[in-house]
Ligand binder design. Structure first.
Ligand SMILES: Nc1ncnc2c1ncn2[C@@H]1O[C@H](COP(=O)(O)OP(=O)(O)OP(=O)(O)O)[C@@H](O)[C@H]1O
Length: 209
């Protein structure tokens, strides 16, 4: 029998359209678990999660996958790019997987997104030949591919030097301001957290007042 661990308790969190929210807290406090639930990767054992006002509890796995693909983008600490693919091919992936996007426009959309993150010249570079900061910019472009309402970013700058971390943060902030994408950013970097609209602190699975 697997043992059940209760990780989150009494969480009441609302992210408004266009908000840029930092999620901070000690290691093991439940930040990633919360992100996985908000990102429809895990289902909560109790409680309610609504996205665009729609309760997600009654959705089956196919409906959840569709809703996730069309409303949420993900950026992780380790960029998780396919190293043997070019930057453009990596950004094209979510559009190819979705199958709803007109196939003739996929390459052009990926190129535009790379331009937006300042990597137009690197579109044909293999991911493996790019710096950590550049790879994370590709990951930002990939997260935006499906025009999500919300991007969930789990320590996206944790593996970068200070200068690259600042640049990737500024890029996300810019996207947030320019196109109104909401962000929920897990970070251990308090300087970056202070530059967000709001800071939520999770300790022992609870949001601190
Ligand atoms: N798959 C799992 N099985 C069992 N326990 C888990 C699992 N994933 C997480 N936990 C536990 O849930 C708690 C919260 O973990 P979580 O990864 O959400 O914390 P975190 O705040 O994101 O930590 P970090 O800052 O180190 O990434 C921890 O006690 C962890 O051991």
């Amino acid at each position: 029998m697997p043992t059940e661990t209760e990780v989150l308790h009494d969480i009441d969190l609302k992210v408004d359209r266009g908000e840029f929210v930092a999620l901070i807290g000690p290691s093991g406090s439940g930040k990633s678990t919360l992100l996985n639930i908000v990102g429809l990767l895990d289902r909560p054992t109790s409680g309610r999660l609504t996205i665009r006002g729609r309760d997600t509890a009654s959705l089956d796995d196919t409906e959840l996958t569709h809703l996730r693909g069309h409303t949420i983008g993900f950026i992780f600490q380790y960029h998780l790019l396919i190293s043997a693919f070019t930057a453009r091919e990596n950004v094209m992936m979510p559009l190819l997987v979705d199958r709803g996007f007109p196939s003739g426009e996929i390459e052009a959309r990926a190129s535009r997104l790379l331009d937006q993150v300042g990597l137009a010249k690197f579109a044909d570079n293999l991911a493996t030949n790019m710096s950590g900061g550049q790879q994370q910019r590709v990951a930002v472009a990939r997260a935006l591919a499906m025009s999500p309402d919300l991007v969930l970013a789990d320590e996206p700058t944790g593996n970068l030097d200070t200068k690259s971390a600042d640049a990737v943060f500024d890029l996300m902030r810019q996207v947030n301001r320019d196109i109104g994408t909401s962000f929920l950013l897990v970070t251990h970097n308090l300087d970056l957290a202070r530059r967000c609209d709001r800071i939520i602190e999770v300790v022992d699975g609870r949001i601190q007042a």
